[in-house]
Write a protein that binds this ligand. Structure first.
Ligand code: NAP
Length: 253
């Protein structure tokens, strides 16, 4: 691997880092030489499995169980980051939640629940750990196609991802003079557990596969490789960019 893509010596925090796409990012980053703090909240078994795998491969991954919607959880992550030797070189904001219903079934509680993690916690986490970022650090906000496009039963999640993207673009400009790069990573459909709560998941995944020019869905590992690029020195002048990793599914044909 070219040195420019290496993450050797970098400390990276991955939220939602023990399951699905975040799990792939934690492993990919650690294999590329990073020291990773993988954040999670409920999935104790998957977190322990990641740790066991890291120990087997002699990778530098530690876990931080913290609910990012609570001040206490944000405090735990702040503490974990403060303990890093050499500061923080990367934040991949991958954790997300949401209620998948049509508009008439949604309430303000669903809205607040979704925005609390997908937008508010990102804002507050970055605000709290800002002094810890090392020069040349990279923040990657993981969003989705629903930020720009209409996806069935996705209005509140799509709106939160749109807000996250807008916030990330503003931060990209404001933080660039401090040597902190901010970018957006927007995967297409990836067959993770999160689809279990989607209505008609199997039919929709089949339809999305049919519409994807490469003829299959993107894998978590492929999204992780794109995240690695954004956190590597190879992307040192990539700022405020939205990197779409969707096998061409979003192209207007
Ligand atoms: N899958 C797709 O098709 C797809 C497509 C485009 C974009 N994305 C985006 O990619 C990211 C990962 O997606 P995924 O499908 O891999 O998701 P996932 O399997 O549902 O994982 C969600 C993660 O968020 C964490 N999380 C939930 N609530 C939390 C809280 N209050 N505090 C801290 N962490 C919390 C979960 O932790 P626990 O495991 O501990 O519960 C989990 O690790 C998300 O941002 C998603 O929007 C996914």
């Amino acid at each position: 691997m070219s040195q420019a893509f290496s993450l050797k010596g970098k400390n990276v925090l991955v939220t939602g880092g023990t399951r699905g796409i975040g799990h792939a990012i934690s492993l990919q980053f650690a294999r590329a030489g990073a020291t990773v703090i993988a954040n999670y909240v409920r999935g104790q078994k998957t977190a322990e499995a990641l740790l066991a795998q890291a120990q087997e491969e002699k990778l530098h991954i530690t876990l931080c169980r913290a609910d990012l919607t609570l001040a206490r959880g944000l405090g735990s992550l702040e503490e974990a980051v403060a303990g890093l030797n050499g500061g923080l070189h990367g934040l991949v904001y991958c954790g997300a939640t949401g209620v998948h219903k049509t508009f008439e079934g949604l309430t303000l509680r669903h809205f607040d629940w979704t925005f609390a993690l997908n937008v508010r916690a990102f804002f507050e986490l970055v605000r709290r750990i800002l002094p810890r970022f090392a020069p040349g650090a990279s923040i990657v906000a993981v969003t989705s196609q629903g930020a720009l496009r209409v996806v069935p039963s996705y209005s509140v999640v799509g709106a939160s991802k749109g807000a996250l993207e807008a916030l990330a673009r503003h931060l990209a400009v404001e933080l660039a003079p401090r040597g902190i790069r901010v970018n957006i990573l927007a995967p297409g459909a990836v067959a993770t557990e999160s689809w279990a709560s989607m209505p008609d998941a199997q039919d929709r995944l089949a339809e999305l596969t049919r519409r994807t020019p490469v003829g299959r869905l993107v894998t978590p590992e492929e999204v992780a490789q794109a995240a690695q690029f954004l956190c590597s020195d190879a992307a040192r002048t990539v700022i405020g960019h939205t990197l779409v990793v969707d096998g061409g599914a979003g192209l207007p044909v």
